[in-house]
Design a protein around this ligand. Sequence first.
Ligand SMILES: Nc1ncnc2c1ncn2[C@@H]1O[C@H](COP(=O)(O)OP(=O)(O)O)[C@@H](O)[C@H]1O
Ligand SMILES: [Mg+2]
Length: 251
Amino acid sequence: MSIALNAQGLSKSFNGIKAADGVSVSVADGEFVSLIGANGAGKTTFINMVTGYVRPDVGSITSYGREIVGLSPLQVTRLGIYRSFQIPQVFTGLTLMENLTVAINAVTAHERPLLSPRKAALNPDSRDRVDAVMERFQLGKYRDHLVSEISGGMRKLLDVGMATINSPKVLMLDEPTSGVASEEKFDFMDLVIEALSDQKAAVLFVEHDMDIVRRYADRIVVFHEGRVLADDRPDAALAQEDVRRYVTGKA
Ligand SMILES: Nc1ncnc2c1ncn2[C@@H]1O[C@H](COP(=O)(O)OP(=O)(O)O)[C@@H](O)[C@H]1O
Ligand SMILES: [Mg+2]
């Protein structure tokens, strides 16, 4: 197994608040890792540092041995590291098809990738990838609908679809099930996991529902006040006393 992502000693302060305080996390090829922790614990900051949105004050992040600190979000993306957002970053005035076209062109087009998705001609390979994502995420029926016309749950699926369309090596999902009705969460995650199963990507996902975490994660990294409180198999991490006290709320 090679190391898809290796973060060592990451620290980041915002106006004196330590959002990250010596965070080290290493993830192998194909691993599914859940990031948990209370609001403000530093989960999104970690994702932002890995994906080039926030530069750590100190520390190193490598992906397959290559240092990525200092790269822009687009440069990080071009190395195969993708993300989705807690609030879907999709273009509501474009159709689903056009959104997926933008996601492809953002990494492959040489200039102005975000302009004129309607005019952008997709080559046959790209068309196949759009079709595959539509099918995997059960969005085909809405292909030519505007995003403004589809439900919040479908927008989350589209956002994850956009993050996966370029075959990520590392995929970071920030609260993929937030806003998804609790009775639909398992179906939603089944769809996402199934869609990723043939991709061999290392997947890190932020999740607050411990039933989801237990079902889908190989490992849990627990954040607390900018630090990693635990990093272990789900049962072992969730049994840890300080994790119960500070995070899952059970004494
Ligand atoms: N861009 C920012 N500017 C100022 N403070 C920030 C910024 N991003 C995060 N923080 C602060 O860093 C801490 C960790 O936030 P965050 O990483 O978003 O936590 P989580 O995703 O675990 O809820 C919080 O105190 C938050 O207010
Ligand atoms: Mg967050």
